[in-house]
Design a protein. Structure first.
Length: 164
C-alpha cells in the first residue's frame, strides 16, 4: 500500500523529508490499553471457576485494551507530514481523510514548540505559517528541528521562527 503523498506527487517532484509522529504522543493511550490488558489477565487468573460471566468480563477488558492500543497505532500510521522540493503536504486519517498542502513559495516561517519532555525525547509541535494562512499545528512530531532545518534549506528561509 503506497502512501497518500506518493500518490499525489507531481512529475519531477521529490520528497526531501518525511516526518513522523512520536510514539510519546500516544503514551497515555498505550498505557491505558496496557492497563486494560493486564486487568484482563488478572481477572482471568483470579476467576477460579471460569464461568461464562467471568470469561465475558475478561473478553470485554481484552477487547477494550486492544482497541485503545490499535486506535493509537492507526492514528500514528495514518498521519503523514512530508516536505517536498515544491510544497509541504500533511494528511491525517484512514477512513475520513484531512489533507492540507502549501506551496513552499507561500511559507513564511515554521514554529517549533518543545516542552521539557519534548526536548529530552526529541519531539515537538510544528506549525507552518504561510502568507494568509497557517497549517493547523502538528503535534508530537519526531525531530522537529530537523524538519525546520530541511525547510530552511529548501524554501530559503533565512531564519525560520521557532522556540528551540
Amino acid at each position: 500500500m503506497s502512501s497518500y503523498v506518493d500518490s499525489v506527487l507531481a512529475e519531477g517532484e521529490r520528497v526531501v523529508y518525511r516526518a513522523a509522529i512520536s510514539h510519546w504522543k500516544f503514551f497515555l493511550s498505550y498505557l491505558v490499553g496496557a492497563l486494560f490488558l493486564v486487568t484482563a489477565l488478572g481477572a482471568y487468573a483470579a476467576a477460579r471457576n471460569h464461568t461464562d460471566a467471568s470469561l465475558a468480563v475478561v473478553a470485554i477488558l481484552l477487547a477494550i485494551g486492544v482497541a485503545v492500543i490499535l486506535s493509537a497505532v492507526i492514528r500514528r500510521q495514518t498521519t503523514e507530514l512530508v516536505l517536498t522540493d515544491r510544497r509541504i503536504i500533511t494528511k491525517r486519517g484512514l477512513i475520513s481523510r484531512d489533507t492540507v498542502e502549501m506551496n513552499l513559495s507561500k511559507v513564511e516561517s515554521l514554529h517549533v514548540n518543545q516542552g521539557l519532555m519534548g526536548r529530552i525525547l526529541d519531539y515537538g509541535d510544528v506549525t507552518v505559517v504561510g502568507t494568509g494562512a497557517s497549517l493547523e499545528p502538528l503535534r508530537g512530531i519526531v525531530r522537529p528541528l530537523e524538519l525546520r532545518k530541511k525547510l530552511g534549506g529548501i524554501a530559503g528561509l533565512a531564519n525560520p521562527k521557532g522556540n528551540s
